[in-house]
Design a protein around this ligand. Sequence first.
Ligand SMILES: [Zn+2]
Length: 395
Amino acid sequence: MLNLPANVVAVPVRPYAGDMDRCARCGERGRPYDHLGVRRWRHLDIGCTRLLLEHAPRRVDCAEHGVTVAMGPWAKRKSAYTRDFERQTAWLSVHAPRSAVSALMRVDRKSVGPICERVADELRAEQGAGLFDGLRSIGVDETGYRKGHTYMTVVVDHDRGRVIWMHQGRGQKVFDLFFQALTPARRESIRVAAGDGARWIDEYVFRWCPMAERILDGFHIVSWATDALDKVRTTAWREARKTGTAGKGAKDPVKGARRALPKNGPDLTATQRAQLECVANTNETLWEACKLKERLRMILRQTADEAAPMPRQWAADASLSGIEEFSKLGEKIDRRRFDILRTIRSGLSNARLEAVNNRIKTTIKIGYGYRNLGNRIALVMLKCGGLNLRLPGRQ
Ligand SMILES: [Zn+2]
């Protein structure tokens, strides 16, 4: 026995006979080779006492992998923590910031990310190719982070509302990698591919899954309007400053409503509603733009029949509004009205999709603390990837 600090307990363990002498890589039984010294794995605490599991593993000669350390069923290969410890840390990571995880689990901050990555890999392996099974409608999104200098491509399974694939970078080459990860049968099962308005997506979808219908994501259509609205707001703010009519800081109606303007009507807080009312009373152009945005969003909530004439009407009203940004958007909506109606028919315009998209964005934000991109991707997969992440010992 080695000396241990007062608040640490080490318990000797060994695998059951059936689990002895198994290769840590493949789990097949190997020929006993030699003994290694005592190793320790950090397990879940007992009260305030740290618990270590202690075992002197054997090395085995595996027919396939040669001489390797025999598997300890309580831990993953090359990890200094037990499986239970890692699961609990990963579970906590998707609910709390890294500093809290590190403090509660008493692990170094830098170890939290790699633990998440190991658990995500393990859960994914447990599910096998299941993540790509029965794919019917996918959504592709490019998310910028670090102030838009770096991008991540995210592919979502729209039917199950979960992230199935993520990769650093964006554009055709990255999208290629996703399709290469699918078997031909899986590619053929895809019937609908949704994304933003980029033309190259049309091309790629056609090349890789010719059976799929390419449509626009509902929230991308709405984001065109929120982007236009934001430009109108910036212009209004700049003009107010130039003419000296701007209020101080958040007291100015235009500046104060920065967060309220792009929000969906029903999601507004009481304060934000008051801020919008203030805009309605003071800035006609901005208020008009805000109403147009809400109307476009509502079109996407209609049934296909009800919605049929609406994009044209909306486009006409937007042109008549005299707001430059919205006149331009009116032309775009008119041009893409059939795409929009197809989106409504496909059902990929609903609020649930928007919720999934928001969940992904928030998780990516939580993951800012994790410098390593692999760690951050693991975090998103753990939270939004439909992986079976449970606390150890719970059903
Ligand atoms: Zn092996």
